[in-house]
Structures are given as structure tokens and as C-alpha cells.
Design a binder for this molecule. Sequence first.
Ligand SMILES: Cc1cc2nc3c(=O)[nH]c(=O)nc-3n(C[C@H](O)[C@H](O)[C@H](O)COP(=O)(O)OP(=O)(O)OC[C@H]3O[C@@H](n4cnc5c(N)ncnc54)[C@H](O)[C@@H]3O)c2cc1C
Length: 368
Amino acid sequence: MDVAVVGGGAVGVTVAHDLADTADVTLYEAETLAAGASGRAAGICYDAFSDRRDAALGERALARFRELSGGGGFAFTDCPYVWLARAGDDRVAREIREGAERMREHGRAVTVLELEALAERFPRLPTGNVAVAAIAESAGYADPEAYTQTMGLLARTRGATIAEETPARLTSDGAVETADGRHEADAVVVAAGAHTRDIVAAVGALPVKPYRVQALVTDSVDLAPPMLFDATNGFYLRPHGDGVLVGDGTQPVEQDPDDWDPEADTEFREACIEYQEQALGWSWPETRSWAGLCTATPDGDPLVGELADGVYVATGWQGHGFMRAPAVAERLAAQVLGEDGPISGFEPSRFDGDEAFEIVEGMRVEGR
Ligand SMILES: Cc1cc2nc3c(=O)[nH]c(=O)nc-3n(C[C@H](O)[C@H](O)[C@H](O)COP(=O)(O)OP(=O)(O)OC[C@H]3O[C@@H](n4cnc5c(N)ncnc54)[C@H](O)[C@@H]3O)c2cc1C
């Protein structure tokens, strides 16, 4: 079987890797591996989803990250993930309790802690005005760029051809067109992040909108907090080297994937400082900040599966594509080989393709 993969992010390289033992795989990447969102992501990973399907995918992804970790250039660091509501935010506090209950019902290791127990477990986290916190015990973080490069290397080792600096698009008969000519593959997988909609436009419509999110890393910190999502304030943090990675800065406005600002806004950077001072009691200088594109769909679930005869897509991650890449790509590779069916609820054909919808931020208290 001859398979073309378009897009060398975390998803595309994993699909290429998983297919390479049984198929002739060529991956086309417009720039270099991890040039898109996978080179800009925070790398937070967990299985604490309130939906059973999402939780199972999260669990499988964590298993693959852990399996890959330690050899070569990739490391996965196990670290509990705390998400919390501040005093007075009764709605979010209730949602955290209810979401944690649903996660536990389908086997996730999630603990709910009130203020005192939280302070005891995480002495480095100022807990003064925390109303309630849930902790995903099976979680961790990794460098998404390192994952993508490592998987790309392994895919090559298994025989896949990776053509960088080779932009591709689909023709109306499902062939891949590059500057070098046409590639009529038996199957094509397009995992080109924010560009996916435009690349497949000749064969089908995809309801997906790119939007901007931002992050920064700080200088060395004395007391690193745990990995956390402050649902009341909308910020997330994770250890990053000697410092901390702080993220949010979501702009729920559709972006042109060929014309957007990759630098973080001054307002976002100032808001990060203010957040650290008010909510954590400290603030360290920023060493680097940036923006990247995430992709939104009408229902917040990704678009993964067969869009047209022999043409498969994987996009629309709502900011959760890295943590699900190893598991979703594995299922998609099996679907391409005819060994597995579509992931129920993710089918790209479940919409007409031209729906009007609002971009909704991906981080939510129920775990996605
Ligand atoms: C600041 C930030 C923080 C994030 N934090 C997290 C997090 O903590 N956890 C998490 O799970 N997710 C996070 N995400 C989301 C995550 O980055 C994405 O969901 C994930 O990386 C998507 O991977 P992908 O392979 O689908 O797409 P991408 O990584 O975007 O890869 C698509 C690739 O396709 C290539 N391409 C585009 N057009 C063409 C073309 N015409 N021909 C060939 N190639 C093409 C691009 O160059 C790119 O390399 C974050 C994102 C950002 C921006």
C-alpha cells in the first residue's frame, strides 16, 4: 500500500511511523518537522477527560509517551496535574467536583482536595483562596518538538520517506500535488494543522477555524508550583527547565493560517506577570514568549477519519492535539490499513462543512 501523509507535526509523524512497517509512506512537510503548533505547544498531557472515549485515548497516549521516553532525544516527565477554582467561583468549583466524579466513574485516577489537604500535598502552591482542586494523578509533560523529531527519526528508520520543504495540496481526484509533480497514493492522510482545511478543499469541506494562543517561559524560579490549570483565572503552568511555562492568551478570533502574528502580545505578557503576582504571590522575569495556532471545530471534538474516498484528515484539536497524538494517530493508521473503524464521534463528515460557529477556548474544567 502506498500512503502519502501531508504535515510533519506530532500527528503526521506518528501516523507515518505507525504505517511505515506495512506501507510505503511518504510524508510531505511544507517547512521542517514541528514547524507548526507542535513546535509551539506547552506539552501538558493527561488522561483526565470526563468523556470515556477521550479518557481511553488519553490513557493510551500516556502509555506511548512513557514507552518512548528515555531513549534518544525524547523525555516524558510524570507529574500530577492540578486544576482548581478560586473562592467565590461557585460555578467552576461545582463543575470541577462533578467533572472529577465522571472521570472516576470510568476509571481515571482523579483526587478532589479541599484547601487544607491541597496545601499539605503541594506546599509550594499558595492555596489561600482556593475553593477546590482536582488532581489528575496520571499526567505529565514533554517537549512536543522533541517528540515530533524523535518520531520522525523513527519513521525514517522504519523506511518512511520524509520530504521537508515540500508544500503539498490535494487535487480534486485525491492526488497529492507538490512542486515535484503528482503523487497518486492509495491513501492520503492530511494532518497539516491550521492548513488542513485549505489543503483538502478540492475534495471536501471541513468546519475548522484556526485561532491564536500564547505562552511564555520564565527565568529560574525558587519554588516551582505543580503543573496546574487555574480555571477561575484561565491560566495554566508547568515546570519548564529551571523556570515555569505560563500559558493562555487565547484569542477566540479566526486567523488566516498564512498571515498571523507568531509573537506574544504585550497585553498577554503583562497579564502573565499580574497573574503570577496576584494568584501565586511571585513573578519571575520572562525569558521567551510566543504565539501559535490551534484549531476549533463546531462541537469542540477533532475531525479525524475519512473525508473522501481514500482521503483521511486529522485536525481540530482545540488545544489538545499533542497529548492525544500518539493514540489518535495509532487509531487513524489502523483505519487507513482497514484494521480498525473510525473513532466514533470524531468523523470529519459529521458536519455539512460550512457551519457557522463560534471559536470556544479549549481549556475547560471538565478536562478538555
Ligand atoms: C502555545 C500552545 C500551547 C499548546 N499547549 C498544548 C498542550 O499543553 N497540550 C496539548 O495537547 N496541546 C497543546 N497545544 C496544541 C498542540 O500544539 C496541537 O494540537 C498539536 O501540536 C497539533 O499537531 P498537528 O500535528 O495536528 O499539527 P501541527 O503541529 O500544526 O503540524 C502541521 C504541519 O503541517 C505542515 N503544513 C502546513 N501546510 C502544509 C502543506 N501545504 N504541505 C505540507 N505540510 C504542511 C506545517 O508546517 C506543520 O509542520 C498547544 C498549542 C499552542 C500553540
